[in-house]
Design a protein around this ligand. Structure first.
Ligand SMILES: NC(=O)c1ccc[n+]([C@@H]2O[C@H](COP(=O)([O-])OP(=O)(O)OC[C@H]3O[C@@H](n4cnc5c(N)ncnc54)[C@H](OP(=O)(O)O)[C@@H]3O)[C@@H](O)[C@H]2O)c1
Length: 265
Protein backbone atom coordinates (compact mmCIF):
# COMPACT_ATOMS: atom_id res chain seq x y z
CA UNK A 1 0.00 0.00 0.00
CA UNK A 2 1.33 3.47 -0.89
CA UNK A 3 2.10 5.83 2.01
CA UNK A 4 0.36 8.99 0.81
CA UNK A 5 1.70 11.07 3.69
CA UNK A 6 5.43 10.35 3.10
CA UNK A 7 6.01 13.29 0.75
CA UNK A 8 2.77 15.12 1.27
CA UNK A 9 2.86 18.91 1.11
CA UNK A 10 1.53 20.54 4.27
CA UNK A 11 1.26 24.32 3.93
CA UNK A 12 0.87 24.79 7.68
CA UNK A 13 4.37 23.46 8.37
CA UNK A 14 6.07 24.31 5.07
CA UNK A 15 5.31 28.02 5.35
CA UNK A 16 5.99 28.20 9.08
CA UNK A 17 9.13 30.27 9.76
CA UNK A 18 8.95 30.21 13.55
CA UNK A 19 12.44 28.69 13.89
CA UNK A 20 14.07 31.29 11.58
CA UNK A 21 15.70 34.66 12.04
CA UNK A 22 15.47 37.04 9.09
CA UNK A 23 17.19 40.31 8.17
CA UNK A 24 15.46 42.65 5.71
CA UNK A 25 17.51 45.56 4.36
CA UNK A 26 15.42 48.59 3.51
CA UNK A 27 12.83 46.96 5.76
CA UNK A 28 11.43 50.20 7.14
CA UNK A 29 9.26 51.42 4.27
CA UNK A 30 7.42 50.26 1.16
CA UNK A 31 8.09 46.75 -0.10
CA UNK A 32 10.73 45.97 2.54
CA UNK A 33 8.42 46.81 5.43
CA UNK A 34 5.71 44.59 3.93
CA UNK A 35 8.27 41.78 3.58
CA UNK A 36 9.40 42.22 7.20
CA UNK A 37 5.80 42.04 8.45
CA UNK A 38 5.02 39.07 6.18
CA UNK A 39 8.01 37.13 7.55
CA UNK A 40 6.98 38.05 11.11
CA UNK A 41 3.41 36.89 10.44
CA UNK A 42 4.92 33.55 9.31
CA UNK A 43 6.60 33.34 12.73
CA UNK A 44 10.16 34.49 12.03
CA UNK A 45 12.10 36.85 14.26
CA UNK A 46 12.79 39.76 11.90
CA UNK A 47 15.36 42.55 11.87
CA UNK A 48 14.16 45.35 9.54
CA UNK A 49 16.96 47.78 8.88
CA UNK A 50 17.77 50.96 6.97
CA UNK A 51 19.89 54.11 7.39
CA UNK A 52 17.26 56.04 9.37
CA UNK A 53 17.21 55.23 13.11
CA UNK A 54 13.69 56.58 13.79
CA UNK A 55 12.24 54.52 10.92
CA UNK A 56 14.09 51.44 12.16
CA UNK A 57 12.59 51.88 15.65
CA UNK A 58 9.12 52.20 14.12
CA UNK A 59 9.54 49.08 11.96
CA UNK A 60 10.97 47.09 14.89
CA UNK A 61 7.89 48.03 16.98
CA UNK A 62 5.60 46.90 14.13
CA UNK A 63 7.45 43.56 13.86
CA UNK A 64 7.34 43.01 17.64
CA UNK A 65 3.61 43.72 17.66
CA UNK A 66 3.28 40.47 15.65
CA UNK A 67 4.58 38.57 18.72
CA UNK A 68 8.12 37.83 17.48
CA UNK A 69 11.54 39.19 18.43
CA UNK A 70 13.40 41.95 16.63
CA UNK A 71 16.20 44.41 17.21
CA UNK A 72 17.08 47.91 16.06
CA UNK A 73 20.35 48.11 14.18
CA UNK A 74 20.39 50.99 11.67
CA UNK A 75 22.61 50.02 8.75
CA UNK A 76 23.82 51.60 5.52
CA UNK A 77 24.37 48.79 3.01
CA UNK A 78 27.09 50.84 1.28
CA UNK A 79 29.20 50.66 4.47
CA UNK A 80 31.02 47.34 4.89
CA UNK A 81 31.67 47.94 8.62
CA UNK A 82 27.95 48.67 9.19
CA UNK A 83 26.92 45.51 7.35
CA UNK A 84 29.45 43.36 9.21
CA UNK A 85 28.28 44.79 12.55
CA UNK A 86 24.63 44.16 11.60
CA UNK A 87 25.14 40.46 10.89
CA UNK A 88 27.34 40.01 14.00
CA UNK A 89 24.77 41.74 16.24
CA UNK A 90 21.92 39.64 14.86
CA UNK A 91 23.97 36.48 15.39
CA UNK A 92 24.83 37.44 18.99
CA UNK A 93 21.34 38.63 19.99
CA UNK A 94 18.93 36.40 18.08
CA UNK A 95 21.02 33.72 16.33
CA UNK A 96 21.25 33.31 12.59
CA UNK A 97 20.39 34.99 10.37
CA UNK A 98 18.81 32.07 8.50
CA UNK A 99 17.15 34.34 5.94
CA UNK A 100 18.53 37.54 4.40
CA UNK A 101 16.39 39.69 2.12
CA UNK A 102 18.43 42.19 0.10
CA UNK A 103 15.73 44.76 -0.53
CA UNK A 104 17.40 48.18 -0.03
CA UNK A 105 17.28 50.03 -3.31
CA UNK A 106 17.45 53.52 -4.80
CA UNK A 107 16.81 55.21 -8.14
CA UNK A 108 17.68 58.91 -7.66
CA UNK A 109 16.96 61.74 -10.11
CA UNK A 110 20.63 62.04 -11.13
CA UNK A 111 20.51 58.48 -12.48
CA UNK A 112 17.38 59.10 -14.57
CA UNK A 113 17.53 60.11 -18.22
CA UNK A 114 19.40 59.06 -21.33
CA UNK A 115 22.97 57.78 -20.77
CA UNK A 116 24.60 61.08 -21.77
CA UNK A 117 22.56 62.98 -19.16
CA UNK A 118 23.31 60.86 -16.11
CA UNK A 119 26.35 61.46 -13.92
CA UNK A 120 29.08 59.02 -13.00
CA UNK A 121 28.44 59.76 -9.31
CA UNK A 122 24.76 58.87 -9.65
CA UNK A 123 25.61 55.66 -11.51
CA UNK A 124 28.14 54.76 -8.83
CA UNK A 125 25.63 55.43 -6.03
CA UNK A 126 22.89 53.26 -7.60
CA UNK A 127 25.29 50.37 -8.20
CA UNK A 128 26.76 50.71 -4.70
CA UNK A 129 23.36 50.44 -2.97
CA UNK A 130 21.41 48.11 -5.25
CA UNK A 131 24.13 45.68 -6.34
CA UNK A 132 27.21 45.96 -4.15
CA UNK A 133 25.05 46.47 -1.03
CA UNK A 134 23.41 43.10 -1.67
CA UNK A 135 26.79 41.45 -2.26
CA UNK A 136 28.17 42.95 0.97
CA UNK A 137 25.21 41.59 2.95
CA UNK A 138 25.55 38.16 1.31
CA UNK A 139 29.25 38.01 2.18
CA UNK A 140 28.71 39.15 5.78
CA UNK A 141 25.90 36.61 6.32
CA UNK A 142 27.51 33.71 4.44
CA UNK A 143 28.74 31.83 7.52
CA UNK A 144 25.38 32.08 9.33
CA UNK A 145 23.40 31.14 6.23
CA UNK A 146 25.58 28.05 5.76
CA UNK A 147 25.25 27.09 9.43
CA UNK A 148 21.44 27.21 9.19
CA UNK A 149 19.23 24.24 8.30
CA UNK A 150 17.13 26.59 6.18
CA UNK A 151 19.59 29.14 4.81
CA UNK A 152 17.88 31.33 2.21
CA UNK A 153 19.08 34.51 0.49
CA UNK A 154 16.51 36.52 -1.44
CA UNK A 155 17.42 39.45 -3.66
CA UNK A 156 14.74 41.98 -4.53
CA UNK A 157 15.45 42.77 -8.18
CA UNK A 158 12.89 44.32 -10.56
CA UNK A 159 11.37 43.88 -13.98
CA UNK A 160 14.33 46.15 -14.76
CA UNK A 161 16.54 43.15 -13.90
CA UNK A 162 14.95 41.14 -16.70
CA UNK A 163 14.18 43.64 -19.47
CA UNK A 164 15.42 47.13 -20.34
CA UNK A 165 13.52 50.21 -19.16
CA UNK A 166 14.06 53.61 -20.78
CA UNK A 167 15.82 56.50 -19.02
CA UNK A 168 17.17 54.53 -16.04
CA UNK A 169 20.10 52.45 -17.25
CA UNK A 170 22.02 52.58 -13.90
CA UNK A 171 19.04 51.07 -12.08
CA UNK A 172 18.51 48.49 -14.84
CA UNK A 173 22.22 47.62 -14.82
CA UNK A 174 22.17 47.19 -11.03
CA UNK A 175 19.12 44.91 -11.18
CA UNK A 176 20.42 42.83 -14.12
CA UNK A 177 23.63 42.46 -12.09
CA UNK A 178 21.64 41.34 -9.08
CA UNK A 179 19.77 38.69 -11.08
CA UNK A 180 23.08 37.42 -12.50
CA UNK A 181 24.69 37.35 -9.05
CA UNK A 182 21.65 35.44 -7.75
CA UNK A 183 22.24 32.68 -10.29
CA UNK A 184 25.99 32.49 -9.61
CA UNK A 185 25.59 32.49 -5.83
CA UNK A 186 22.92 29.78 -6.09
CA UNK A 187 25.53 27.57 -7.80
CA UNK A 188 28.26 28.44 -5.31
CA UNK A 189 26.14 27.93 -2.20
CA UNK A 190 24.15 24.81 -3.15
CA UNK A 191 23.10 22.62 -1.51
CA UNK A 192 23.39 24.37 1.86
CA UNK A 193 21.90 27.76 1.00
CA UNK A 194 19.19 28.56 -1.54
CA UNK A 195 19.59 31.86 -3.41
CA UNK A 196 16.70 33.38 -5.35
CA UNK A 197 15.43 36.71 -6.63
CA UNK A 198 12.03 38.31 -7.03
CA UNK A 199 11.42 40.77 -9.84
CA UNK A 200 8.55 43.08 -8.89
CA UNK A 201 6.69 45.17 -11.41
CA UNK A 202 5.26 48.54 -10.41
CA UNK A 203 4.40 49.12 -6.75
CA UNK A 204 3.40 52.56 -5.46
CA UNK A 205 5.97 53.46 -2.76
CA UNK A 206 8.27 56.40 -1.98
CA UNK A 207 10.56 55.09 -4.75
CA UNK A 208 7.87 55.52 -7.39
CA UNK A 209 6.22 58.65 -5.90
CA UNK A 210 7.01 60.61 -9.08
CA UNK A 211 4.92 58.18 -11.13
CA UNK A 212 1.87 58.70 -8.92
CA UNK A 213 1.70 62.39 -9.87
CA UNK A 214 1.82 61.63 -13.60
CA UNK A 215 -1.64 60.42 -14.59
CA UNK A 216 -0.59 59.60 -18.18
CA UNK A 217 2.27 57.44 -16.95
CA UNK A 218 0.04 55.72 -14.38
CA UNK A 219 -2.47 54.91 -17.13
CA UNK A 220 0.21 53.59 -19.50
CA UNK A 221 1.66 51.34 -16.78
CA UNK A 222 -1.82 49.99 -16.00
CA UNK A 223 -2.46 49.41 -19.73
CA UNK A 224 0.88 47.65 -20.16
CA UNK A 225 0.27 45.36 -17.13
CA UNK A 226 -1.89 42.31 -17.93
CA UNK A 227 -3.39 42.36 -14.41
CA UNK A 228 -4.27 46.02 -15.08
CA UNK A 229 -3.04 47.58 -11.85
CA UNK A 230 -0.08 48.34 -9.62
CA UNK A 231 0.88 45.81 -6.94
CA UNK A 232 0.32 46.26 -3.25
CA UNK A 233 3.62 45.83 -1.31
CA UNK A 234 2.07 42.82 0.48
CA UNK A 235 1.79 41.10 -2.90
CA UNK A 236 5.60 41.08 -3.10
CA UNK A 237 5.87 39.87 0.52
CA UNK A 238 3.95 36.66 -0.24
CA UNK A 239 6.44 35.36 -2.85
CA UNK A 240 9.35 36.34 -0.58
CA UNK A 241 7.86 34.41 2.37
CA UNK A 242 7.41 31.45 0.00
CA UNK A 243 11.07 31.61 -1.14
CA UNK A 244 12.25 31.90 2.47
CA UNK A 245 10.26 28.84 3.50
CA UNK A 246 10.48 25.07 3.14
CA UNK A 247 7.65 25.36 0.58
CA UNK A 248 10.46 26.43 -1.78
CA UNK A 249 12.93 23.74 -0.64
CA UNK A 250 13.73 22.74 -4.27
CA UNK A 251 13.85 26.30 -5.62
CA UNK A 252 17.25 27.93 -6.08
CA UNK A 253 18.77 30.18 -8.73
CA UNK A 254 15.29 31.36 -9.73
CA UNK A 255 14.11 34.86 -10.52
CA UNK A 256 10.40 34.95 -9.76
CA UNK A 257 8.45 37.60 -11.66
CA UNK A 258 5.98 39.41 -9.38
CA UNK A 259 4.87 41.83 -12.04
CA UNK A 260 1.22 41.29 -12.89
CA UNK A 261 2.35 39.71 -16.15
CA UNK A 262 4.51 42.67 -17.32
CA UNK A 263 7.37 40.48 -18.58
CA UNK A 264 5.05 37.80 -20.03
CA UNK A 265 4.45 40.01 -23.09
N1 LIG B 1 8.39 50.30 -5.98
C1 LIG B 1 8.49 49.62 -7.11
O1 LIG B 1 7.69 49.78 -8.04
C2 LIG B 1 9.59 48.59 -7.27
C3 LIG B 1 9.55 47.77 -8.40
C4 LIG B 1 10.54 46.82 -8.58
C5 LIG B 1 11.54 46.67 -7.65
N2 LIG B 1 11.56 47.48 -6.55
C6 LIG B 1 12.65 47.27 -5.61
O2 LIG B 1 12.11 46.98 -4.33
C7 LIG B 1 13.00 47.47 -3.32
C8 LIG B 1 12.23 48.32 -2.35
O3 LIG B 1 11.69 49.42 -3.08
P1 LIG B 1 10.57 50.39 -2.47
O4 LIG B 1 9.76 50.81 -3.62
O5 LIG B 1 9.92 49.78 -1.30
O6 LIG B 1 11.49 51.62 -2.03
P2 LIG B 1 11.33 52.70 -0.87
O7 LIG B 1 9.92 52.82 -0.41
O8 LIG B 1 12.04 53.92 -1.36
O9 LIG B 1 12.17 52.04 0.34
C9 LIG B 1 13.55 51.85 0.20
C10 LIG B 1 14.11 51.31 1.48
O10 LIG B 1 15.52 51.11 1.33
C11 LIG B 1 16.21 51.82 2.37
N3 LIG B 1 17.53 52.22 1.89
C12 LIG B 1 17.84 53.05 0.86
N4 LIG B 1 19.18 53.18 0.76
C13 LIG B 1 19.72 52.40 1.73
C14 LIG B 1 21.05 52.10 2.13
N5 LIG B 1 22.11 52.66 1.53
N6 LIG B 1 21.23 51.27 3.16
C15 LIG B 1 20.18 50.71 3.81
N7 LIG B 1 18.90 50.95 3.47
C16 LIG B 1 18.68 51.79 2.45
C17 LIG B 1 15.26 52.99 2.70
O11 LIG B 1 15.47 53.53 4.00
P3 LIG B 1 16.47 54.78 4.28
O12 LIG B 1 16.34 55.72 3.12
O13 LIG B 1 15.97 55.32 5.56
O14 LIG B 1 17.83 54.18 4.40
C18 LIG B 1 13.92 52.27 2.65
O15 LIG B 1 13.71 51.52 3.83
C19 LIG B 1 14.13 48.18 -4.05
O16 LIG B 1 15.24 47.32 -4.21
C20 LIG B 1 13.52 48.50 -5.40
O17 LIG B 1 14.50 48.64 -6.40
C21 LIG B 1 10.61 48.44 -6.34
Amino acid sequence: MTDDTAGEFDPATALDLSDRVAVVTGGTRGIGRAIALGLANAGADVVPTSRTAADVDDAVAAVESRGVDSLACPTDVTDTDDVTALMATVRAELGGPDVVVNNAGVNPDGALGPPEATTEDAEEFVLDVNLRGALRCARAAAESLHASDGGSLINVASVGGVVGLPRQHPYVASKHGLVGATRSMALDWAPEVRVNAVAPGYVLTDLTADIEGNERLVESIRDRTPLGRFADPAEVAGPVVFLASDAASYVTGACLAVDGGWTAR
